[in-house]
Each structure stands twice: as structure tokens, then as C-alpha cells.
Design a protein around this ligand. Structure first.
Ligand code: GDP
Ligand code: ZN
Length: 319
């Protein structure tokens, strides 16, 4: 039976899957796609953004007779990723909201992903409260030595508490696991160019994704090619968040004292430092330095920690 007479209490709700600047493509909870139009008075409390509604937002709507709907409210966001116009700018451009999961795609070769890059990403993900899976791709290409290095990385990150997965889009290894992980989730794919993000997307995307873009293409005839974000629908009902031109989480403001909060294993040990405001550089009684010495904390992680601290010192807040 069609739902009927249930207009009371909140009306229509849905998920914003494409942002076109002046209208939004919204997947309502019955699985229908609706063109959502933002009401002029819709303002987000506490967030100064160039775009009030973004992909991943859950919105409340008032249906119009012509099949479109007015977006009347936005549900609280559990997280969101921003791109700032510049380091000094107070204006944040929010790219996507309510990210359930991030896949950081990594290759130990072709191209090499450095541990500094991995750690910088993990740090920002911690700051945004987004769980990360480390996806080690192209495992069909590595020689014994590279495999050994990869296994050492997996050992390191697993011991800190991060999930790791080996994949190959050529042999299909890891595909079922990726499908299970993304089921019903909004997932951000990140990583250097060339590591296989598009290949992984293609592995997971079905014909349904085509449907989404066809609708929006139709709706956008004649629009210039501004780079708006969208959610690509997966065969399993999950979504990949497609934010053009973004490799990771972009920038974030962080004080020097805050950095260690986003290195879980450093943070855990830092409680034992003699001084409360210890930055773990060369302070007496520093438990972190001691742990690095004893190899409880990995050298590479500590190196990344210093690397981020240095950047902040120089006034560069890019992470
Ligand atoms: P992106 O820039 O991160 O989106 O990377 P692409 O998906 O475009 O992949 C870059 C190149 O790596 C392409 O030539 C892919 O065919 C290749 N590639 C991607 N995944 C794998 C893999 O698992 N194994 C191998 N051997 N090649 C891969
Ligand atoms: Zn310390």
C-alpha cells in the first residue's frame, strides 16, 4: 500500500546525494529521488559556510505538487569535511557531511605512499571523528621485499588500532570485504593520485550509480562544469562520497598541544609525562620519548608527529 495520510510529524526526510548549487538531489526514505530546493531562510547555526546544505546531509522536506520539495531543515551533522578558501580565511567550504567511514588507499610502490602522508591523514580523520580503514592496494604488483614492508606497516597500524585491508583491483582480492564494509555506509575514498581510487570505485559501483548521474545530468543541462560533490550509489546501498579535487580531509586548525591527541598511541602514553604541557620534544620525564626509545612507539609515527608540529610552528596549518 502507498503511504497515505501520514503528513503529521516531520513530513518527508531524505539524504542529499548531489549538490548543484541551487538545488539538491535528495534520496527520500522510500528510495525516490526528489529535487530539493533550499528555503531562503535556511541557515545553519554556528557554521559559516558558502553552502548551507551539502551531500551527506539528512534533510527534512515539504513536498510540492510538482514533485519537487522545499528543504525546511537539516539534521545535526555527526561530522563534516571542509575546505577553507585559505589558511587565514574564516570561511569554510563544507564538502560533505555524515561520513561513516574513510578508506585511505595506500600503495607501497607505484606510487609510494609515505608514512608521513598516512599519519597526516589519520590525524585529520581523528580530528573529524571519522573511522578509517587503511586499504593497501596493488598487492599483485609487489615483490617479496615490498610485501615484507607492507606487512610491517599493517602490523604497525593494526597495533595502534586501525583496520587494514589488502586489495588488488586486478585479482579482485579484498573485493567481498570492501563490499561488506561499505554496505549502507557513506564512504570517503582518499589517497594519492594513482593508488587506485577510481579502480576501487568501479569495482564497487553498479548500474545504480549511472542512474544517479543520469538524473542529475538531465537536471543540469546547460550548467557549467562547477565541481560539486556527490554521492555515488553502490550496488549494496552504500554511497561513495565524490568530492572533486580532494585527496584527504583538506586543512584543519590545530594547536601544537593538540597534535598528540590525534595520535592514539602517543596520547595514551603522554598521560605519564612529567609535565602536563609536555610536547614530547626534549622535556625531562617525557614518557613518550621513553616509549620511542624502547620502541613501544614507532619511530615513523613519532617522526610524523614532529613533522606536523613543525608545520604548525611555521604557521602552516595544512594537514
Ligand atoms: P586513482 O588516481 O587513485 O583514481 O587511481 P586509478 O584507479 O586511476 O589507478 C591508477 C592506475 O593503477 C591505473 O592504471 C589502474 O589500472 C592501476 N591499478 C589500480 N588498482 C590496481 C591494482 O590493484 N593492481 C594493479 N596492478 N594496478 C592497479
Ligand atoms: Zn612527553
Amino acid at each position: 500500500m502507498e503511504k497515505g495520510g501520514d503528513e503529521s510529524g516531520g513530513g518527508l526526510q531524505g539524504l542529499v546525494i548531489r549538490n548543484t548549487g541551487n538545488a539538491y538531489l535528495v534520496r527520500d526514505d522510500n528510495g525516490n529521488d526528489i529535487i530539493g530546493i533550499a528555503k531562503g531562510n535556511l541557515r545553519l547555526k554556528g557554521i559559516r559556510s558558502t553552502s548551507p546544505i551539502v551531500v551527506g546531509d539528512r534533510v527534512f522536506m515539504d513536498p510540492n505538487p510538482d514533485g519537487t520539495a522545499f528543504i525546511t531543515d537539516i539534521a545535526d551533522r555527526k561530522n563534516y569535511i571542509v575546505r577553507k578558501a585559505s589558511n587565514l580565511s574564516k570561511h569554510a567550504h563544507i564538502l560533505a557531511a555524515n561520513i561513516d567511514l574513510a578508506f585511505l588507499c595506500i600503495t607501497v610502490k607505484y606510487p609510494e605512499t609515505t608514512t608521513v602522508f598516512i599519519d597526516r591523514f589519520l590525524t585529520t580523520a581523528e580530528a573529524y571523528s571519522v573511522p578509517v580503514y587503511l586499504i593497501f592496494n596493488k598487492i599483485d604488483l609487489y615483490n617479496d621485499e615490498e610485501h615484507e614492508y607492507l606487512d610491517a606497516l599493517i602490523h604497525l597500524y593494526t597495533s595502534i588500532g586501525y583496520h587494514c585491508l589488502k586489495t588488488s583491483t586486478v585479482t579482485g582480492e579484498g573485493k567481498e570485504y570492501l563490499e561488506a564494509l561499505t554496505k549502507g555506509k557513506s564512504v570517503l575514498l582518499a589517497g594519492h593520485s594513482g593508488v587506485g581510487k577510481s579502480s576501487i570505485s568501479n569495482l564497487l559501483l553498479g548500474n545504480e550509480a549511472q542512474k544517479v548521474s543520469e538524473i542529475s545530468e538531465y537536471h543540469h543541462k546547460g550548467m557549467h562544469t562547477t565541481t560539486f560533490s556527490e554521492m555515488l550509489e553502490l550496488k549494496n546501498g552504500g554511497f561513495l562520497i565524490d568530492t572533486p579535487g580532494i585527496k584527504g580531509f583538506g586543512t584543519i586548525d590545530m594547536s601544537r598541544a593538540e597534535v598528540s591527541h590525534y595520535f592514539p598511541e602517543i596520547f595514551r602514553i603522554s598521560r605519564k609525562c612529567k609535565y602536563n604541557n609536555c610536547l614530547h620534544l626534549n622535556e625531562p620525564g617525557c614518557a613518550v620519548l621513553d616509549a620511542v626509545d624502547k620502541q613501544y612507539i614507532s619511530e615513523s609515527r613519532y617522526h610524523s608527529y614532529l613533522n606536523i608540529l613543525e608545520d604548525i610552528e611555521e604557521g602552516k596549518y595544512r594537514l
